[in-house]
Design a protein around this ligand. Sequence first.
Ligand code: GJV
Length: 417
Amino acid sequence: MQTEKEDEDDASPEEFFGLSDFTGSDSDQLSFSTGDRLLVHARTSSEWWWAELQGVFGYVPASFLHQGAEEDDASLEDPWQDEEYFGSYGTLRLHLEMLSDRSRTEAYRQVILNNSSSLRDKVLMDLGCGTGIISLFCARLAQPSVVYAVEASSMADYTRQLVKQNGCEAVVTVLQGRAEELDLPDKVDVLVSEWMGNCLLFEFMVESVLLARDRWLREGGVMWPSSAALTLVPCQAHSYYAEKMAFWERPYGLDFTPLQPLAQQEFFTKPKFSHIIQPDDCLSAPCDVISLDMYTLQVKDLEEIKGQFQFHMEKSGSFHGFTAWFTVHFESLETGGATVELNTGPNSEPTHWKQTLFMLDRPVSVRAGDSISGTILLSRNPVWRRHMTVTLQWSVNSSTEGTDNCQVETKSFPMWR
Ligand code: GJV
């Protein structure tokens, strides 16, 4: 034991290289450039390592580093993780979850139904059709000339059978493969897709949609969804906080608080997917922080997306964190027709996306009349292309105390790398 321990202490730092540029967001963090040689002295957590660059020490994000100057970590493993990604869509679990989500599936059905006369004789693409539900709605509820149902996973084999089984094979053509490698005889009039992930962008399937738009959507063609927005609200999360953090205060009459830093690291570093926020736990009205126009959005815009917020507290309570969700809109093709909205927020029917909770390190008491202002930044992982980090920066402005207490706080949440 003794020698092992000594070995650990004496361990010489490990050599790493910057995979891409990183700019530290506070003085504890070390900024570096692609290719910089760093010495890692301690793997403090799975996310942050203590490292040295030319004699200067600081924390660095582990995901921005690789070992060996030539051999990229990302070149050993696919940065899109397609094998794993499309592998998971080759089984029923996710398709069952999506199809069981009535708000989601009904929204798409409603769009097709509301626009059925405009879809007559049109060429459609359903990108990432899965089991083909949207394509089948198109064939059943409207009379398009053709629907290209594009699906990269092995589910496509079954989708073909489902199309046949439901008598839609004259209209729906299932194309198995990545949309990026697609070859079509003609451009399409409508590009429909259900590409939204947690916090809207996670998985970055939207990139495939944008590339398909630029390659295959005819001039003046239609994007469904047509726009998307990310919404944020400051919130309470008493029961989650109690379950993961307050728990350690007095379990079985004992003081386990020395475990709280570990609990914070383990439970509050990443956002909590599949949170369901009660409208009562919203401390203020929500605010749209990011809006995307599916006609003008560019792939390069996805690298960094910024938003701002200003919330006015409507009640007093504990500010435990921020909750995020998204809404997408489908424009109408009929004159005077209504837009269809799919809203995944707390005042709509729950969806399989639920909401995403970002916990602060410690709760802050707020009072009605206080305001919280700040920014949100979604930074796409430069290596792992389906991942991103959400950085929130905020200050609480008290309505009762002086104006000198508005310290700016910041916290970055990896999703997932
Ligand atoms: N090409 C073809 N199929 C795809 C692609 C692509 N580039 N990307 C995803 N899919 N809303 N986050 C398929 C994937 O295999 C799955 O069946 C479906 O699209 C995902 C739809 C729901 N995911 C989401």
